[in-house]
Design a protein. Structure first.
Length: 461
């Protein structure tokens, strides 16, 4: 794919840089808030080499690219900045609202922009951890050896230092200094600060100039640092406007660190920890009440959330569970959805006689098996054929029910494909076996239903 040319063609067919109110990307999509939606030419954009589909969901113009979207986004961002220059853009009140998007679209956009850059590191680390567990189980590596310690550090460092990484990506999203933000995140993990807790752990007390301060352990946390950098972005922008250029080099970072670290430790941090734990507790409580029902709902409904681009609201919960507990129940149910899509493509391939439809089904199958990307099949086939979508939803729900019944977990936040199976490797060997059975159920049920729901003369819409 020629990223420069694709970025140029996309920008030209959405009405130019002046029509872009906000822009971000997630794992597979370029996400744009357009000032005037009518200026975008969907047909021309879909015809651009490398563009898989175009959807308008949750107030955002979403262009499906695939896993190479960060490269396209980098070129697209350059072009937008060059075209805009320093010229101010006059917008009406309604145009400003369109440019910003709704609160919900802004929230989803922020979540995807913060977490998307970290997904490769999270997935790679998690799979390495699964392979390390397997190596210990088959006595290839001994726990406590130098080899084990080095590989364990490689697999777990992303989770321990998650506040630093999230501080950097949050700052890029909210418009603060990424480097000062990362420093704030690193300060929360400073050994002497952690040692202040002693044996008490979370909830230990100290004081800051006489102000009572609750100490928390921030390694592997998600919510506190995102809230802290969101708050810091307002301070940073204010300081950037009011401090003269000759003093910015020293005064801006001085005030930033002197204000934000105490504010985070005294107020924002504990609030973030308790709210994050509260959300995780609520989700896990619901799962505990009926893991089968939860598996049915998530396994069957995940493709619907993906179609609307709002699945990113749930991803941070999974990442938080992995970081704090070392495992997660929700991620396997998303696998059930993906394997139901795989099954659906097999059913269509076996029944249909139209060459284009069979070819599209095979392409979707290979894409999901290798890279876990369901969007091309979702938008190219399921959205247009509700019977096949129903087959996939039922397959995902049945497989999700089994995974919920057997309480299958993953040790990493990964997207569901054959290449990410190591995420199911746990000390409990039945976890992997039950995962394979559950995903097999998803695929078989969806394949059988898709076979019966497909007409032999059906064509690709």
């Amino acid at each position: 794919m020629n990223f420069k040319q694709a970025a140029k063609d996309i920008l030209e067919n959405i009405g130019g840089a002046e029509n872009v109110g906000n822009m971000s990307h997630c794992a597979t999509r370029l996400r744009l808030n357009l000032i005037d939606r009518s200026l975008a030419n969907d047909e021309k954009i879909e015809a651009i080499p490398g563009v898989l589909n175009v959807v308008y969901k949750a107030g955002q113009y979403q262009i499906l690219i695939g896993t190479e979207v960060p490269k396209l986004y980098a070129e697209f961002e350059k072009l937008v900045n060059i075209e805009r220059g320093d010229a101010p853009v006059e917008l009406t009140e309604e145009q400003e609202k369109a440019a910003k998007g709704s609160i919900i679209s802004r929230m989803f956009s922020a979540i995807s922009a913060i977490f998307a850059p970290l997904l490769p590191a999270l997935a790679g680390s998690g799979i390495l951890r699964g392979l390390l567990i397997l190596a210990v189980q088959v006595n290839l590596i001994k726990t406590g050896s130098g080899t084990y310690t080095i590989l364990y550090a490689a697999s777990m460092s992303i989770f321990y230092f998650l506040p630093v990484m999230l501080a950097f990506t949050s700052a890029k999203r909210f418009g603060a200094s990424p480097y000062l933000s990362a420093l704030i995140g690193a300060a929360l993990l400073y050994p002497d600060l952690i040692n202040l807790m002693g044996k008490t752990g979370n909830g230990a007390m100290t004081n800051f100039f006489g102000i009572p301060t609750v100490l928390m352990n921030y390694n592997s946390t998600v919510v506190p640092i995102i809230l802290a950098i969101w708050a810091y972005s307002y301070l940073y922008k204010w300081l950037d406007r009011h401090i003269t250029e000759n003093l910015k080099l020293v005064v801006l970072p001085l005030i930033s660190l002197a204000v934000m670290l105490p504010l985070t430790i005294i107020v924002i941090g504990p609030l973030g920890v308790y709210s994050g734990e509260g959300i995780a507790w609520l989700v896990n409580w619901l799962i505990g009440r009926s893991s089968i029902l939860a598996g049915i709902v998530v396994g069957g409904g995940w493709s619907v959330l993906v179609s609307m681009g709002i699945h990113w609201a749930i991803n941070p919960i999974m990442i938080n569970n992995i970081a704090t507990n070392g495992f997660d129940y929700i991620c396997p149910w998303t696998f059930a959805c993906n394997f139901a899509v795989i099954g659906m493509t097999i059913g269509v391939f076996l029944k249909a006689r139209d060459t284009k439809l069979r070819s599209f089904a095979v392409t979707g199958l290979v894409t999901i098996v290798l890279s876990a990307i369901i969007e091309p099949t979702l938008f190219g086939l399921l959205v247009k054929n509700r019977k096949l979508w129903l087959a996939q939803i039922i397959g995902g729900a049945v497989g999700g029910a089994y995974l919920g019944l057997t309480k299958v977990v993953t040790n990493a936040f990964v997207f569901g494909s054959v290449t990410t199976f190591p995420a199911f490797i746990e000390k409990n060997g039945s976890n992997f076996l039950n995962a394979i059975i559950g995903l097999g159920i998803s695929a078989v049920v969806a394949a059988v239903l898709a076979y019966f729901f497909t007409n032999r003369e059906e064509k690709l819409a």
